[in-house]
Structure formats: structure tokens, C-alpha cells
Design a protein around this ligand. Structure first.
Ligand code: ADP
Ligand code: MG
Length: 323
């Protein structure tokens, strides 16, 4: 049982940044309006994610650590109709299996909260405790009991970079949640939670973008495409800020990157990249997010339609801007 836990843990949890991704998504699913992420040493030594969300009722705390325990899917039909970030019930059990984990959680309705401690997936301690409503997860010494995986970790600075990237992607699109990321005691970014993705782009990707963003909004049947692209007075030296979301979920898609660079072709040189953030909102049955454990790859049924529309609209806006 523990071995199986450790093996499957590798699929969801391959480095500190994927732990942070799962914990942030759990906090989002719990209706939080404030999420604080604190890391030390690239998350290898220490990760803390604190939210002010729903919390977990005392009787459900241990169940949340069972494999495939999820409160988010009731039946098989639901899997084709997913609006929550999580749904497999793998994250908590996987993370607990490869670390030292402390969880503090309390619902609004309960007077006392619950504290549990897991070491290498074993429940060590469970107690009632006074704490604020919401959930705090502290994950320490990632992969301490799986030396092979530990060896695969990169330097602290590389892990920190991945972690900032993951937290940034989540924070940027969830504009109604105030995010704060602290690394080794230093504030990396903070967002207001006041609902503006444009402001989040400035807060996270940088204030030098102010005055250089073009808003884009496209409506095709029941698909809504919303985004921002940088104007021609601005460019970056890499494609790191070409971001794509589907129903507020960050996804990798090479065709999207191609679409964006194609839209700027002959307007920027080969080593200049625009900033582009797009979020496609569509009915959940128009996208399959169940193709990869990381949920980073999705199958988008209306891909051609969407990317063609994006390319046309960017070109139109850029031409207008130049004239
Ligand atoms: P999933 O997100 O796929 O349901 P997880 O293993 O990530 O699975 O979490 C298991 C369960 O623990 C969730 O379904 C949820 O009920 C509960 N949970 C986890 N994190 C939080 C949180 N931050 N706030 C409230 N409930 C949480
Ligand atoms: Mg989850």
C-alpha cells in the first residue's frame, strides 16, 4: 500500500512546484479569497499554503488523505462536467506519502479546528486545535524517503523558478483571490484580489507593461475568448509570458504559442516575443481535461476555430494600432 502510494505519487508530484500547484488548486476549489504561499529553499525544505476557504469538517480530515478520496465528484457523469480544479483525489495522499506534512483546518461552523501530522504517509498525530477558518498545509522535506526522486531535484534556484512560475500562473487568472508569494522571507508578488486580470498582469509580470496592453474579447457561439496582448512598442527576449488558460485552468499548448508568434510575424524580429494572456471560457463538455495526471494538457474540441479567431483578432488590433 505505501509502495503503491509512492509510485503513483510520482505522477502528480514530481517536484516542489507541482505540490504547490495542487495545494493552490485545492485552496481555489475551497472558495478562498486569500491564499498565501510561503516557501523556503525552493520548496524542498518547506512549503506553506494558507487559505481562508471552507476548511475541512473534523470527520472528513482523515478521509481527505485516502487515495482517490475527493469531495468534488459524486459519480462518473461528473467527470465530463468538471468545473473544479481538482477531481482525482490524489494530491493529498501523494504529497503526504513523500514528505512530512502538517494540516490545520477549520470550517466556519466549527468552534475547534483539526490538526493532523503525517510522516511518509503515516498518521502520527491528530488533535483538536483552535485556529482561524480555512486551511493551512505545511509540507516539509519533500522526497526525504525516496532518495531516487530526491536526486532528480534541481538546484534550489531552479526549483524556486519553477515554483514562482506555477504560483504566478494560478494567481494571474484567479483575479478574485488575493495571492501572496513569499520565498525565503522575500515577497515575490502580491495581487489585490479585486477582480482585474489586467492589474494582475502588472503585479505579476511587471509594471513595465503598463500602457502596452491591448485587450481582446471574442465571442463565438457559446465560446468566450478574453485576453491581453502587448503592443508593438514592447517585447520580451523569451516566450515565457505567452500564457493560455481554458476555463481558468492554465494549459500547455504548442499550437497556441505558434498562433501567437504567427500573429506577430514580420512585426517583431525572431528574438522578440510578445506578452499574451488568453482565457477561453466554454462549456465543460467542449474540453477534455482528463488526458494527463498533471491536467496541464487538455483536448480542446474547437481548437482550430478558437486559434484562428485569436490570430485574426490580434492581427486586426495590431494593424489598427500602427495606423
Ligand atoms: P481533489 O482535489 O482531487 O478532490 P485532493 O487530494 O487534492 O483531491 O484533496 C482531497 C480532498 O481534501 C478534497 O476533495 C477536499 O475535500 C479536501 N481539501 C483539500 N485541500 C483543501 C483545502 N485547502 N480546503 C478545503 N478542503 C480541502
Ligand atoms: Mg486537489
Amino acid at each position: 500500500e505505501t509502495t503503491i502510494n509512492k509510485i503513483s505519487a510520482g505522477e502528480v508530484v514530481d517536484r516542489p512546484s507541482s505540490i504547490v500547484k495542487e495545494l493552490i488548486e485545492n485552496a481555489i476549489d475551497a472558495n478562498s479569497t486569500q491564499i498565501t504561499i510561503e516557501i523556503k529553499n525552493g520548496g524542498i525544505k518547506y512549503i506553506r499554503v494558507t487559505d481562508n476557504g471552507d476548511g475541512i469538517p473534523p470527520d472528513d480530515v482523515e478521509i481527505a488523505f485516502y487515495r482517490h478520496a475527493t469531495s468534488k465528484i459524486q459519480n462518473y457523469q461528473d467527470i465530463n462536467n468538471i468545473y473544479t480544479m481538482g477531481f482525482r483525489g490524489e494530491a493529498l495522499s501523494s504529497i503526504a506519502a513523500i514528505s512530512k506534512l502538517n494540516l490545520y483546518t477549520k470550517t466556519q461552523d466549527d468552534i475547534l479546528g483539526t490538526h493532523v501530522e503525517y510522516i511518509g504517509g503515516k498518521l502520527i498525530l491528530k488533535e483538536n486545535i483552535g485556529c482561524p477558518s480555512g486551511t493551512t498545509l505545511i509540507v516539509e522535506d519533500v522526497f526525504y524517503n525516496t532518495p531516487a526522486r530526491y536526486k532528480f531535484l534541481k538546484s534550489e534556484s531552479v526549483e524556486t523558478k519553477h515554483l514562482i512560475e506555477v504560483a504566478s500562473r494560478e494567481a494571474l487568472i484567479n483575479a478574485n483571490i488575493s495571492f501572496e508569494l513569499i520565498s525565503n522571507g522575500k515577497m515575490i508578488f502580491k495581487t489585490s484580489g479585486k477582480g482585474s486580470i489586467e492589474d494582475n498582469i502588472y503585479d505579476i509580470l511587471g509594471y513595465q507593461l503598463k500602457g502596452h496592453l491591448i485587450p481582446i474579447s471574442i465571442n463565438k457561439e457559446d465560446i468566450l475568448i478574453k485576453g491581453f496582448v502587448s503592443d508593438l512598442d514592447f517585447y520580451e527576449k523569451n516566450s515565457g509570458d505567452i500564457l493560455f488558460y481554458v476555463n481558468n485552468r492554465y494549459v500547455f499548448d504548442n499550437d497556441y504559442k505558434k498562433t501567437i508568434t504567427e500573429s506577430y510575424k514580420s512585426l517583431l524580429t525572431r528574438h522578440q516575443y510578445p506578452v499574451a494572456v488568453f482565457n477561453v471560457l466554454l462549456p465543460a463538455n467542449r474540453v477534455d481535461i482528463n488526458v494527463h495526471p498533471s491536467k496541464l494538457y487538455v483536448k480542446l474540441y474547437d481548437k482550430d476555430l478558437i486559434f484562428n479567431a485569436i490570430e485574426q483578432e490580434i492581427k486586426k488590433k495590431l494593424v489598427k494600432e500602427r495606423s
